[in-house]
Design a protein around this ligand. Structure first.
Ligand SMILES: [Zn+2]
Length: 151
């Protein structure tokens, strides 16, 4: 079931991490719960939630843990998600759009000088314009990814 799609409400770090892993995640911060639930139903998504009184609703997946690693572990295990190596870093963590690979020469001037000429890969979001590369955050992320297992 690698096609599971999610809605995340107010758990921003979780939304970002799931997008980095390649999952389709809509994230909401300020909307009211009713709108978010209605949207979840309309879009046939699963709402990942920490709100106890909603846990009985069918499209809600209730997260037992408060910490990010614990939440991710529970989601991967109980929803039987597979994280594919090819889908890592395929989505914009800012807006959920699919990222496009770009050459360093194309984006010179838009990236910090200290990431130039290091052989990093670069990806750009055509929706919000954000540029991503494999920089300093990679070792911690790689470790997280190793822990949950990637196919
Ligand atoms: Zn974006």
């Amino acid at each position: 079931m690698k096609d599971k799609r999610f809605v995340v409400y107010r758990l921003q770090k979780l939304a970002i991490l799931l997008r980095i892993l390649g999952f389709d995640v809509l994230y909401f911060q300020n909307e009211d719960y009713i709108s978010v639930i209605n949207l979840t139903k309309r879009k046939y998504r699963i709402l990942l939630s920490r709100v106890k009184y909603l846990r009985k609703l069918p499209w809600i997946f209730y997260l037992d843990k408060d910490d990010l690693d614990g939440q991710l572990e529970q989601i991967i295990k109980e929803l039987k998600l597979k994280v594919n190596r090819e889908s890592l870093f395929s989505r914009c963590s800012n807006c959920n759009n699919i990222l496009q690979k770009v050459q360093e020469e194309e984006i010179k001037g838009e990236i910090p000088l200290d990431v130039c000429g290091r052989g990093y890969w670069f990806k750009r979001c055509s929706n919000c314009g954000k540029i991503f590369w494999n920089g300093n955050h990679m070792p911690t992320l790689e470790e997280k990814i190793r822990k949950i297992g990637v196919v």
